[in-house]
Design a protein around this ligand. Structure first.
Ligand code: GLC
Length: 390
């Protein structure tokens, strides 16, 4: 999800931006937040996406290889991640990888990925496969390509040339995702060009492997319509991420713009008592409008409610109908500044709605503010586990 990286870097330095909290007892439920159930679901929705075997229920191993360096965001990948994911009944993990640091690859041609780092990715793949989990290797947090696509696309192609070659012999349970959350100057036209070339490169050694391709604007469902994927290759799958309503899911996130500062936002709205948004929101008309509606509108029409979630699934459904392609939900979740009931409501709603529409998913777990799986003490956030799996 988008971030105010510059502010973050300037204020606290790379490693200080995020850290993993120590295990805390779960807070009590807020009594004024309703428990969502099936009654608000629209009965007319039909399953839209054809099955994606092996990529049904999953979890992201976030803030590990996608951090600027290992441990910089407080989380280190461990065998426990894989053990816990498999034991909970998930069938896959999604592994976001920031290849593009000086320690990991050359920043000039031939853009060689260092063997030492590649071995870590090998290890993660081995860990997943040993537990019968599928795994999606995702090029993530490649910030520069979104700012200067022309200057960076060759480097992305070089990543895929090397990754595709190295893992060509791996089973079908290993999938590739070309680029997570394209944004800024990597507009839909350029993105289609880059995606097509990356697919061509991967297909040289990997004729059948699942390839996930993300639309513009941080993998928003709204931009699936502008994503052009080959019609004759069923194993190229569209991916989207779901953090809407973002003022609920990212309330208080320190990597976001200042207008995300208002905390105490519930899901579903309206709140039992209207809330006063943080003054930082006043510069943003859309944020002012969100809070006005949030404070007043009934659950059915509240912007912090099921209507918003359904609208994004409808975008995905439309794209599937138009293209006949499969779609996958690679990230969703809500930060722990939100109250416990609201988080569980949100995660349950997104997960069950995805499953009702035949869409495989991976929860965004970052070992930190979005954490569901606590690898330090080997316990799940019980409410989130239930929301995801029961
Ligand atoms: C994206 C970013 C990740 C962030 C998450 C939630 O996945 O890559 O760093 O934590 O969105 O905002």
């Amino acid at each position: 999800m988008f971030r105010a990286a510059v502010v973050c870097l300037a204020l606290v330095g790379l490693a200080g931006c995020r850290s993993a909290p120590e295990p805390q007892p779960l807070p009590p439920y807020r009594e004024d937040v309703v428990v969502l159930d099936d009654s608000l679901k629209r009965p007319d929705v039909i399953a839209v996406s054809k099955p994606l075997p092996g990529f049904g229920r999953g979890i992201n191993l976030g803030n590990c290889f996608d951090a600027p360096s290992e441990g910089a965001w407080g989380t280190r990948i461990s065998a426990t991640h894989f053990e816990m994911a498999a034991a909970a009944g998930l069938d896959h993990v999604r592994l976001p990888v920031r290849f593009t640091t000086a320690e990991r690859m050359l920043s000039e041609p031939p853009f060689t990925i260092k063997e030492e780092f590649f071995k870590k990715v090998d290890w993660a793949i081995d860990q997943a496969l040993a537990r019968n989990l599928s795994i999606i290797v995702t090029v993530s947090n490649y910030d520069a390509i979104h700012q200067e696509p022309a200057a960076h696309k060759e480097r992305l192609y070089a990543i895929w040339r090397q990754v595709a070659k190295r893992y060509a012999g791996r089973p079908e349970k290993v999938a590739f995702e070309i680029l997570s959350e394209p944004n800024s100057k990597l507009d839909p036209t350029l993105l289609n060009e880059i995606t097509a070339e990356a697919i061509r490169i991967i297909r040289k050694d990997n004729p059948k492997r699942i390839i996930m391709a993300d639309p513009y604007y941080w993998s928003a469902s709204d931009f699936l319509g502008s994503l052009k994927l080959p019609a004759d290759d069923p194993n190229v799958v569209g991916e989207f991420h779901m953090y809407q309503p973002a003022l609920f899911t990212h309330q208080g996130a320190d990597w976001m713009d200042p207008w995300y500062r208002t905390v105490g936002v519930v899901f579903p709205g309206p709140p039992s008592k209207p809330i006063e948004p943080d003054p930082a929101t006043l510069s943003q008309p859309w944020v002012i409008k969100f809070f006005e509606e949030y404070n007043q509108k009934p659950i059915e029409w509240n912007p912090s409610g099921p209507m918003t979630v359904f609208a994004h699934f409808d975008n995905a459904a439309r794209w599937v109908r138009q293209t006949g392609k499969r779609v996958y939900l690679g990230e969703f979740g809500a930060i722990d500044f939100a109250d416990r009931r609201s988080r569980e409501n949100y995660v349950w709603l997104v997960r069950t709605e995805a499953e009702r529409r035949g869409i495989g998913w991976a929860y965004w777990d970052d070992g930190s503010k979005f954490r569901a799986m606590n690898v330090k003490n080997r316990t799940w956030h019980e409410g989130l586990r239930r929301a995801l799996l029961e």
